[in-house]
Write a protein that binds this ligand. Structure first.
Ligand code: GCO
Ligand code: MG
Length: 403
């Protein structure tokens, strides 16, 4: 028994907002969990402060599964990003404590390493195809084996994934949502040109990925997946919104381009049909937004039966705590596919000192006991919360579209 004596939520903005849960125990060990929900941070902070923390005090920190069930079933109101991010933060912190108590890096408790490291992909983006490919080459030169390509669309002033700062793409950049303009017709013309040029210039040894960011209808997505087939993508991500999982059937009927989805999923129920009908190849649910290690393990285990691999979301809005948890998880499961890796700024890295390291296109979580990541609370305090929103998206005629 290791009694939970205190738990607190730390909100900090070292360049962007992060919400972190820190749990303390009477054994002197503490654990950290990430509770960041981009653009809706304070909702999760309140869920934890007002509804979860009072139930944690006095509980046995080692009862991870029981605590998960208690918070999930006990809430009566199930699922959703706020609830599941809050549960995830508790779950991560408890796994951190258990692994520290065992004196082992977390991946050892999850079954031990299945591989030497987790292959990651970086983000190359540019206003023109030429810029984007120059960026991609920069990633390849740094040792990356996989690169996501996003390029500006001729005729559109801004495009998802194309940022001013090359290393630290940060879409939640305004006090109120900025408005972007979108044209599916223009995009469907330009995306295949990007990948044709990429294969010509970068060759075939690098894995190439692309994110559609939920903007197409099923038949439009089918056309894009088919047009991109000759360039052998590693994956085409979020081709359509996935509230209706059956949307993916149409894309599947038309193309062998591998499909990835799931960064906004919260539970196994969001991807059950996608996995069981083998409508996707990679599932992008995360430790953070999908209920912690305890729940993501269930998703990965189901996926394994159907030869679906993981490709966890790893944008900058997931803190180094999530990155560390994802790496322990990825190292230990048989059906790991790839891990997204958007680097954090130096300020964020300083607030969250961590053990994970990049080498030769792989990240390794390190061998420190626990998650191998912590929060520097006095430093975190120097970066107060700043409201920030993700953009919204409109079509050229003014109608709202998916961002
Ligand atoms: C990705 C994602 C991000 C999201 C961001 C929203 O593939 O990394 O699509 O770019 O837009 O994480 O919070
Ligand atoms: Mg994405």
């Amino acid at each position: 028994m290791s009694k939970i004596t205190a738990a607190r939520v730390i909100i900090t903005c070292p360049g962007r907002n992060f919400v972190t849960l820190k749990i303390e125990t009477d054994s002197g060990l503490h654990g950290v969990g990430d509770a960041t929900l981009n653009g809706r941070e304070l909702a999760v902070a309140s869920y934890l402060n007002d509804h979860v923390i009072p139930c944690l005090i006095g509980r046995d920190a080692h009862k991870i599964e029981d605590t998960w069930q208690y918070l999930y079933r006990g809430a009566y109101w199930r699922r959703g990003p706020v609830t599941m991010s809050a549960i995830a933060a508790v779950d991560m912190a408890l796994w951190d404590i258990k692994a520290k108590a065992a004196g082992l890096p977390l991946y050892q408790l999850l079954g031990g390493a299945c591989r030497e490291g987790c292959m990651v992909y970086g983000h190359a983006n540019g206003v023109t195809i030429e810029d984007t490919l120059a960026e991609a080459q920069r990633y390849i030169d740094r040792g990356y084996r996989a690169v996501r390509l996003q390029s500006g669309v001729p005729g559109l002033a801004s495009t998802y994934g194309v940022s001013k700062d090359k290393d630290f793409y940060e879409p939640a950049d305004a006090d109120l949502p900025t408005e972007n303009l979108w044209s599916t017709e223009k995009y469907l013309r330009s995306a295949p040109e990007l990948f044709a040029a990429a294969r010509e210039q970068l060759g075939w040894d690098v894995h190439l990925l692309h994110d559609v960011h939920h903007r197409l209808t099923p038949i439009e997505a089918a056309r894009l997946a088919k047009d991109l087939e000759p360039y052998r993508l590693f994956w085409l991500e979020d081709a359509v919104p996935a509230e209706n999982q059956a949307n993916f059937r149409l894309i599947r009927q038309h193309s062998t381009t591998p499909l990835a989805v799931g960064e906004v999923f919260n539970t196994i129920w969001d991807c059950k049909q996608l996995i069981e009908e083998q409508l996707v190849d990679y599932i992008r649910a995360t430790v953070l937004h999908a209920g912690g290690i305890t729940h993501l393990k269930r998703i990965a285990n189901l996926a394994e039966l159907y030869k679906v691999r993981t490709g966890c979301h790893g944008a900058t809005d997931l803190s180094p705590v999530t990155m560390a948890a994802a790496l322990h998880f990825g190292l230990s499961i048989p059906n790991f596919g790839i891990q997204e890796y958007m680097r954090h700024t130096a300020d964020t890295d300083a607030v969250f000192p961590h053990q994970y390291q990049f080498a030769d296109g792989y990240l390794h979580p390190g061998d420190a006991p626990g998650l191998g990541v912590d929060i520097d609370e006095p430093l975190a305090e120097q970066f107060p919360y700043q409201r920030a929103y993700l953009p919204v998206n409109r079509l050229e005629d003014g109608s709202m579209h998916d961002w």
